[in-house]
Write a protein that binds this ligand. Sequence first.
Ligand code: 4NP
Length: 151
Amino acid sequence: MKVLMVCLGNICRSPLAQGILEHKVRQAGLDWQVDSAGTGAWHVGQRPDRRSCEVAHKYGIDITTQAARKIDRADLQAFDIVYCMDASNYNDVIALCRNQDEEKKVKLIMNEADPKKNISVPDPYFGGPDGFESVYLMLDRACEAVIANRR
Ligand code: 4NP
């Protein structure tokens, strides 16, 4: 299984989602590939936001070696599932799809934990550290469900 996590900047939410899912995949002994990307290009090449690195570290996960990149059309072919953090990311990724097969791969990540509720993971970039903690906890629950739902 090849899973791509997508947010706007690829420095706050999707790097956390990648790190958390990679950790759970390793623990579960699964042979999955996990990556992340942003719909925007502002932070390409940068490591994740310090606040994301800190909250991940607090829970025993190292995301400091990741580097931001922008999603492109080839990703829609290469990955089996593309998890978006919020409705705006979802719409931007759907707009990149060339056919229904690709559109079917695109999902809101929180729907794994709370089916059909279309809950967005809020952008924590302009807020304080509490936002990063709550994003972490949401994504931890979502990633747990991602694995449980595919067993
Ligand atoms: P992310 O957060 O989409 O979770 O990585 C953001 C990071 C940077 C910006 C917006 C959101 N920005 O506007 O620079």
